[in-house]
Ligand binder design. Structure first.
Ligand SMILES: C[S@@+](CC[C@H](N)C(=O)[O-])C[C@H]1O[C@@H](n2cnc3c(N)ncnc32)[C@H](O)[C@@H]1O
Length: 250
């Protein structure tokens, strides 16, 4: 399975979710190899889980609350990686206020379209959505105070490249606070090679300690876990799947 196969599958899945053709959260549609239910991995904290979606920006795809843990300051510039339908961009927009700015980047055109419609409906002037990949951010060097992300980096085949890009766009002393799926222990190769499990936020998850190590190797300071929560996949394995919110500083 090469990187392009993964990217295509991820874009296809989230395009369908954006259009409402596939349920993002707690769906029973996707019961796949190894006994994992991929649909539960990216919906850890959504209030929509198990009920009717009430917010067209919250598709139940997050796995944490980076906007609550990041200490977002008024007047700052925040960048959300893999912004989906815009839920965290809108949460951050309230916190940065009229003198701040929030940019969402997503590679799925249907998500960008939906997020822009949601922003227009809310009449928000301090938010912007850009189509692009988090491995090659359409954002200027040294222009962002804080990078947030919710259940996205695990979907990227080359996480080192994503971390390099975050460092590039952050101002000196800037921070990233991201919620992501990680593991404790290594997953077997047959799980890693399952494209459905990849697009469902399982197979691309890195070991948590390796994730922190990679951040430091790429040049971040003070990489640490702020919160973490184990997921129960109903399957015994010699590794655990969990969501973690990680903070690191440039
Ligand atoms: C699990 S959803 C999370 C969406 C949003 N953060 C939320 O909490 O609702 C993952 C999102 O990341 C986007 N995505 C995945 N890989 C990406 C990449 N390499 N570059 C840009 N966007 C990506 C997908 O299109 C999708 O909208």
């Amino acid at each position: 399975m090469n990187d392009q196969t993964i990217k295509d599958a991820v874009r296809e899945r989230y395009g369908r979710i954006a259009k409402g053709d596939l349920q993002g959260c707690c769906s029973t549609e996707t019961t796949v190899a190894e006994g994992y239910n991929t649909a539960t991995s990216c919906c850890g904290t959504s209030s929509d889980c198990g009920g009717e979606a009430t917010d067209s920006a919250d598709l139940g795809l997050g796995c944490g609350r980076p906007t609550e843990l990041a200490g977002i300051e008024p007047g700052t510039t925040v960048l959300d990686l893999g912004s989906g339908a815009g839920v965290d961009v809108f949460r951050a927009s309230e916190k940065v206020g009229p003198t701040g700015r929030v940019i969402g980047v997503d590679m799925t055109p249907e998500m960008i379209e939906r997020a822009r419609a949601n922003a227009a409906e809310r009449r928000l002037e301090n938010v912007e959505f850009r189509l692009g990949e988090i491995e090659q951010l359409p954002v200027q060097d040294g222009s962002v105070d804080l990078v947030i992300s919710n259940c996205v980096i695990n979907l990227a085949p080359d996480k080192g490249k994503v971390f390099d890009e975050i460092l590039r766009v952050l101002k000196p002393g800037g921070r990233m606070v991201v919620s992501d799926i990680v593991t404790r222990g290594e997953m077997p190769e047959e799980v890693r090679q399952d494209v459905e499990l990849w697009s469902g936020c399982v197979a691309g998850a890195m070991d948590r300690d390796a994730y922190l190590r990679l951040l430091r190797e790429r040049g971040f300071r003070e990489a640490r876990v702020l919160t973490e929560q184990d997921y129960d996949y109903g399957k015994k394995a010699d590794y655990a799947v969990l969501s973690a919110t990680v903070e690191a500083r440039k």
